[in-house]
Write a protein that binds this ligand. Sequence first.
Ligand code: SF4
Ligand code: SF4
Length: 437
Amino acid sequence: MKQIIFLTVLLLTLGVFTYTINRIIGFFRLTRPFPIKDYGKRFKVMLEVAFGQSKIFRRPVVGFLHALVFWGFCVILLGSIEMVVDGVSGTHRILSVLGVLYDIIIASGDVFALLVAISIAVFLSRRLFFRIRRFEGIEMKSGTHIDANIALSMILLLMLSLLGMNIFYYNHQLAEGDVIKGVYPVSSLMAPFLPEFTTSSLGSLHEICWWTHIFLIFVFANMLPYSKHFHVFMSVPNVFLSRLDPLGKLPNMDSITREVSFMLNPDQTLAAPVSDVPVERFGVKDVEDVTWKNYFDSLSCTQCGRCTAVCPANITGKRLSPRKIIMDVRTRMNEKGPGMINKGSDYSDNKSLLRDYITEEELWACTTCNACAKECPININHPTLIIDMRRYLVMEEASAPGEIKAVFNNIENNGAPWQFSNEDRLLWAKDFEIRVK
Ligand code: SF4
Ligand code: SF4
């Protein structure tokens, strides 16, 4: 009976999860290509930044607590896999055949369950009882805070149910005089403080915690793709897909590079392979213009606000918040994506990412200092997206602030950003006596 109920719940979970993932894959298909290479370098970055949590430690206390949660999830995941196998096959602690390795896995999971529970309790209290500036901003609506609090509460319940499961199992096996499979450094210390229960009650309480824990895992897995906590799945691959170029290097636009090289050398360029993707628009106006990596960034963003907290434009009171730029891509895709999938890529709802979500004022406030990209714990690169939107404004609409337009005119007329003609360029040296040997 237990197996039938488990299989039904598991199939339901997988069904909903598959539907959600298909929906997200459909959204990815609407985006533009983004080439990925240098897998070795990427693996190194992933080990250092994702598994080593190197950027998170820039804020030592909160960073350490967050790292505990991340490492705890990695360890506890192994125990959860065992629960699924047990649930499907009707076995009990099937991985105990691994011997010492099993003891290590279970002992680590038991310790991390407590550490993660403490860390999450700290995170929740910070959100509920303190005013943390990093969690404020025009993009942080009440729904955003509710989403974060629900996800944190669920993680706390997951850890408490895991600890409960371990404690009741430990006490039950002791009462029965049976072998205790695995090692429980935390639960064995807590077990004596529990009230006296009959052996059958201990068995029932263990079952209740087991079902609560697995049920929460299933609900959590299906909730994540709709929550900011999707980063639980997405942040590690997102770090693997990090931009490897130096932060200050501006990526060239393929279409423009081709045009320029054609002008410089028509014969050679005609022989060169041309991308299959037709250029319909320069830069980014709406979600169909972003690359799949931009969309991946938006799904991975933890909304931690570290980028906005270091943004000089934001600090000096401008409207720009790099976190908002990334969040807006996800919101806009959720809004326009279904229409484009159902009615075709020409679908228009008479709105766009640019202007309806992100204003020109925000875009031109960016100094391209890259502080946001440097600070982001999962290596999201905000300035490239901001520049692509500016490229749209300049190249498609000739729209730019007056000062920048003057610079463009000067470059066009004088070959330099200043208001002087080419002939006058050396006037500053006219009274110098220059000896030529
Ligand atoms: S690059 Fe732009 S968005 Fe990022 S921190 Fe600097 S000014 Fe802010
Ligand atoms: S872009 Fe990065 S730093 Fe900014 S909120 Fe998202 S995860 Fe945090």
